[in-house]
Design a protein around this ligand. Structure first.
Ligand SMILES: [Fe+2]
Length: 194
């Protein structure tokens, strides 16, 4: 289930695990809390006719009307499908790279077709952790400090939206903040892989 946890940022010298100020799995509340902070989040209807491990063309076809609506209203010209699985050779280094706080000149816009991932957004004096699962659409505006955990056994598929895919390059902040907040829960990975 999709989940939002909101933490206050704190002195990173503190050794105890942070306690969330808010934790919710209510999609309406998640959307409202994120909207207040400039983050767009929606749950899209599921597509039961779309088989697991579907090819890119099938996925883009199944979500064509929603994709067209996003492109029309948000101006994203390019759309593709990215699948990451633990059978790929570089997932461990890929995970470590995006676990470091970074930002992009381009919005990071993702729709989860399968699997899950944890976005952590560092906005002002808060860290917002969003565990995204299938049917979640999220837009992280350009310049937002964030990190992403695909889990120890990555298994997810997303539709990506770009205004200029060349702008989606990670610029690392060198802030070790990500080390002080939880990662994607292992149990979550296991329940969503089947
Ligand atoms: Fe990113």
């Amino acid at each position: 289930m999709t989940e939002l946890r909101i933490y206050a940022t704190r002195d990173t010298g503190v050794e105890t695990a942070p306690e969330p100020l808010l934790s919710t799995s209510n999609a309406v509340q998640i959307s409202a809390e994120l909207k207040m902070r400039g983050i767009k989040f929606q749950r899209w209807p599921s597509k039961p006719e779309l088989e697991q491990q579907a090819r890119q063309e099938r996925i883009l076809e199944a979500y064509a009307s929603l994709i067209a609506s996003v492109q029309k209203h948000e101006g994203y010209q390019t759309v593709d499908v990215m699948r990451v699985g633990s059978d790929q050779p570089n997932t461990s280094s890929l995970r470590q790279t995006f676990l470091q706080e970074h930002q992009h000149q381009e919005d990071e816009v993702r729709f989860f077709v399968e699997g899950c991932g944890l976005f952590s957004l560092h906005i002002k004096d808060e860290v917002l952790q969003v565990i995204c699962e299938a049917n979640d659409w999220i837009t992280i505006p350009a310049g937002t400090r964030h990190w992403f955990d695909m889990g120890a056994n990555p298994n997810y598929c997303v539709i990506r939206f770009f205004k200029n895919s060349g702008g989606w390059v990670a610029s690392f902040t060198d802030d070790p903040i990500a080390n002080h907040y939880p990662g994607l829960p292992c149990a979550r990975e296991q329940t969503t892989q089947g």
